[in-house]
Design a protein around this ligand. Structure first.
Ligand code: GTP
Ligand code: MG
Length: 602
């Protein structure tokens, strides 16, 4: 047993050994363009990529690109800005199946992924433990290594403008992640919805159809509205999260169309951490639904586990491509029964899961009741748009100090401006507000803001915005960082105690295991230094102290040391900044929360 464990440990360590960035004294090699820069340079002299972005983690050689693309056709503000922007690549590596980034000619990031995904396996198993039991059983110790010096003496009082004004008459924002197995039709569905709701004009649609046909990809015409890069279009897969929006009767819906390919799960995570609710798209075709639920590389499975661990508890399961199965009720019921069992095991309540059969391709049951008799004879539920309107908004923390994890940076080279994009998790900001940019600890002023390409003067918890900052150098703002209130600093830590639920893995987690820690938009290499205890999944009580390893489906408390520091909070203080997932060899191996911050940067 021991020798097997040591072998596994070696294997894990070998697979994700940290990459050496410094290749010779006084020089560091740019991971994107491979130019050797002088040590004094904080960003690459050739391509401008940051040397030490917060978002970095170990890996063999490949790196992931910026997680997000704000759609130029739907979301980008002005053509002038388009010419100038440079979306900072998020410099992280993913292990053997990862993607790499380069900057395209237009200055936007282009992701280079591997052609095929190779799966490291685990046997099909149903996850018994409820993730909610992990995520709800957090109690941080009172004896905390990390005293809240900055915060303890200050009582935060929100100003009146920070609270939403009903008279403003604007629709509440619902951040909706579109997740699911590769090729299930997420982008096609998103493109169709945007077209049906007038966000893509007929002219634009004709253009997509024509171009897609010319490249022999006629069936991807709707997906092209979301898959903008040449590589995405050529390969017919989404690589980065596409952000678009539309208005329903009740909500201003921000769609986060995620990649389904397993190589791009880190990008999917970055989108899903912003979600208030999710649409889980499954492909009804025979064999495809089953592939998505397969324990080896099934992304229906991994995505469902991940979104639940990020606190998303309401989902709409869209059973897509019903046209392929002749709108069969029998097939729909079978999918509902099988996937329903799995979702229950992830901690989703039956009452929070809606099941909608659709065909994105044939426009059935998207924004109106179905017209195909094979569907409307047996399905009498809401169409997708009505289902979206039936979702409940999670409570927003307007009255807490500002916290906005940064998912992307936009630099305007010509004007020397820097903007941070992300969703406000708590608090509010307005033009002229002072914000503290972490982990740089530099105070900047909000020069202007944009929500959905429109200038806005106030942003509040739940809003997805681009914040143009004044009084700060571009290299001090990093994806994976956080904007916070100058008097209420977010913690920057490199040693954490975590409560985790191990997923269906075959390789146990051991002391010394090398993993990738994901927390909001930050990623960092993590080493397990202590396994403190195993927990009863139902009661949260300690069942065993100092076990040698953690197996699949076990709940445990571990201590991890990070290679670099991340902006993080204890889960009890901030859910959004205290939820983590742990990955290894391109798979999510555990999800959990930060129960204690052990060591901060200072
Ligand atoms: P990734 O983002 O790479 O995970 O893929 P995706 O889930 O976004 O799938 P995408 O929208 O790119 O569609 C994949 C393929 O499925 C395309 O060829 C689509 O035309 C096809 N497709 C999508 N929806 C439907 C549908 O309702 N019926 C049929 N028959 N095909 C569909
Ligand atoms: Mg897609």
């Amino acid at each position: 047993m021991l020798s097997t464990m040591l072998l596994d440990q070696d294997f894990v360590a070998t697979v994700i050994a940290p990459k050496q960035e410094v290749i010779k004294a006084g020089v560091w090699r740019c991971p994107i363009c491979t130019y050797d820069n002088e040590d004094s340079m904080s960003e690459c002299d050739i391509c401008g990529v940051l040397r030490n972005p917060l978002v970095k983690f170990s890996g063999n050689s490949n790196r992931t690109a910026a997680n997000f693309k704000r759609l130029s056709s739907l979301d980008m503000p002005s053509s002038e800005r388009e010419k100038n922007i440079l979306i900072e690549s998020e410099l992280g590596a993913e292990g053997p199946n990862s993607s790499s980034a380069s900057l395209g000619r237009d200055g936007r990031s282009v992701v280079k992924g591997r052609e095929t995904a190779s799966d490291s396996g685990s046997k099909p198993e149903i996850l018994n433990s409820s993730m909610s039991s992990v995520s709800l059983s957090s109690k941080s110790r009172t004896e905390n290594a990390n005293e809240d010096k900055d915060k303890s003496n200050l009582q935060y009082k929100p100003e009146s403008w920070m609270m939403p004004d009903q008279a403003e008459g604007r629709l509440s924002q619902l951040n909706l992640a579109i997740v699911g197995h590769v090729d299930s039709g997420k982008s096609t569905l998103s493109g169709r919805l945007l077209h049906l709701l007038g966000r893509i004009s007929q002219k634009e649609m004709h253009k997509y159809e024509k171009e897609a046909k010319q490249q022999g990809k006629g069936s991807f015409a709707y997906a092209w509205a979301l898959d903008e890069s040449a590589e995405e279009r050529e390969r017919g897969i989404t690589m980065t999260v596409a952000v678009a929006f539309f208005n329903s009767k009740k909500y201003h819906v921000v769609l986060l169309d995620s990649p389904g390919h397993r190589d791009f799960v880190p990008n999917m995570i970055s989108g899903a951490t912003q979600a208030d609710a999710a649409i889980l798209v499954v492909d009804a075709s025979v064999g495809s639904f089953e592939a998505g639920l397969d324990a080896i590389g099934g992304q229906t499975r991994e995505h469902a586990q991940l979104i639940r661990s990020f606190g998303v508890d309401q989902i709409i399961v869209v059973v897509n491509k019903m046209d392929v199965v002749e709108y069969s009720q029998e097939r729909f019921d079978m999918i509902k029964q099988k996937l329903g069992t799995f979702l229950r095991s992830c901690g989703f309540k039956d009452s929070s899961v809606l099941w909608i059969p659709v065909s994105a391709m044939e426009n059935q049951n998207l924004v109106a009741t179905p017209s195909d008799t094979r569907l409307f004879t047996w399905f009498h539920g809401p169409c997708l748009l009505d289902a979206i309107d039936s979702l409940q908004l999670p409570a927003r923390d307007y009255s807490k100090p500002l916290l906005m994890p940064i998912c992307d940076i936009i630099k305007s080279q010509s004007q020397g401006q820097v903007s941070a994009c992300g969703k406000l998790e708590t608090g509010a900001i307005r033009t002229g507000s002072k914000v503290l940019v972490m982990p740089s600890r530099v105070v900047a002023t909000v020069r202007s803001m944009e929500r959905d390409s429109q200038v806005c003067s106030i942003a509040r918890a739940g809003d997805n915005v681009t914040v143009n900052l004044q009084g700060i150098e571009g290299n001090r703002v990093t994806a994976g960082g956080v904007l916070c209130h100058p008097d209420f600093l977010v913690h920057v830590a490199n040693q954490l105690e975590l409560k985790i639920l191990v997923l269906d893995v075959t390789v146990p987690i051991l002391i010394g295991s090398q993993l990738e820690l994901h927390v909001h938009h930050a990623k960092e290499a993590a080493r397990v230094v202590k396994i403190l205890s195993l927990l009863d999944p139902k009661t949260g009580k300690v069942t065993k102290k100092s076990p040698r390893c953690i197996l699949a489906k076990q709940n445990a408390v571990v201590e991890v040391v990070l290679q670099g520091s991340v902006c993080v909070e204890e889960y009890a203080k901030s859910r959004a900044l205290g939820r983590v997932s742990l990955r290894s060899s391109g798979r999510t191996v555990a999800v959990g929360l930060v129960s204690q911050i052990m060591k901060t940067q200072d």
